[in-house]
Design a protein around this ligand. Structure first.
Ligand SMILES: Nc1ncnc2c1ncn2[C@@H]1O[C@H](COP(=O)(O)OP(=O)(O)O)[C@@H](O)[C@H]1O
Ligand SMILES: [Mg+2]
Length: 245
């Protein structure tokens, strides 16, 4: 099977600050790739480069065999490569349902179809009771689910999740983890940045570790947590402070 995503020598500098340097990896179709690393390691920058927020300074991204480097987020989303944001940004004045329906409509659905699909997705993510409230009324856990709902409305083949569990108390996490597993079981490929190590270990087929913009390790969860470089750079102090970000 050929990879669904191939990242080669990707790098990004901001006014001389090297946020990301020479990162290369592949993602297989249907794989769950966890991405970990200390605060400021370049995890969000990697997603931004891959998902069209801004082009990388160096390197390329291939998706389904096509060079998509520098494509806009909207174009990538239409092609099936979708990301969520660490800092959620729903349309605050719209209702929760409208926020999801807008995403479905962006795929070309009629208003009625988009609304029907919005309801289905809200049910799936456990938000239907909030459907007619404005999204700014949602608590953090609800906003996280809304981010996921909007991403699902785009029918992602590759879904990139930036800290969907951050800010959730442990009892709120399991339903989200179960939802991610169901998305995976439907055939989507998942890339997720996460600090909650228990979730990374449970969900990931492979784990990519970033540190100071560079790739520190890439392997199975077991390989990565046993890697002395990873323990020193990240797990040593952060494992006891699993929600730091
Ligand atoms: N848009 C930006 N402009 C300038 N510097 C940025 C920008 N985004 C990220 N950085 C910097 O790049 C580095 C990596 O940040 P980020 O990718 O957000 O790390 P992480 O998500 O791993 O915590 C940090 O030093 C951060 O301050
Ligand atoms: Mg980040």
């Amino acid at each position: 099977m050929s990879p669904i995503v191939t990242v080669e020598h990707i790098g990004k500098s901001f006014k001389g600050l090297r946020a990301l340097h020479d990162v290369s990896f592949t993602v297989e179709p249907g794989e769950v790739l966890g991405i970990i690393g200390p605060n400021g390691a370049g995890k969000t920058t990697l997603f931004n480069c891959m998902a069209g927020m801004f082009p990388p300074s160096t390197g390329t991204v291939h998706y389904e065999g096509q060079d998509v480097t520098g494509w806009s987020d909207a174009r990538l989303a239409r092609a099936g490569m979708v990301r969520t944001f660490q800092l959620m940004r729903p349309f605050g004045s719209m209702t929760v349902l409208e926020n999801v329906a807008v995403a479905a409509a962006a795929r070309g659905e009629s208003e009625k179809e988009a609304e029907e699909e919005g309801w289905e997705i809200l049910q799936r993510v456990g938000l239907s009771q909030y459907a007619t409230r404005t999204s700014k009324d949602l608590p953090t856990a609800g906003l996280k689910r809304l981010e996921l709902a909007r991403a699902l409305a785009l029918h992602p083949r590759v879904l990139m999740l930036d800290e969907v569990l951050a800010g959730l108390v442990p009892t709120e996490r399991q339903p989200v983890i179960d939802l991610l597993l169901s998305i995976r079981d439907e055939g989507a490929t998942l890339l997720f940045v996460e600090h909650v190590m228990a979730a990374v270990m449970a969900l990931s087929d492979r784990v990519l570790v970033l540190n100071q913009g560079e790739m520190l390790a890439f392997g199975t969860p077991e390989e990565v947590v046993a890697n002395p470089d990873v323990i020193e750079a990240y797990l040593g102090d952060e494992v006891t402070d699993a929600d730091a970000h």
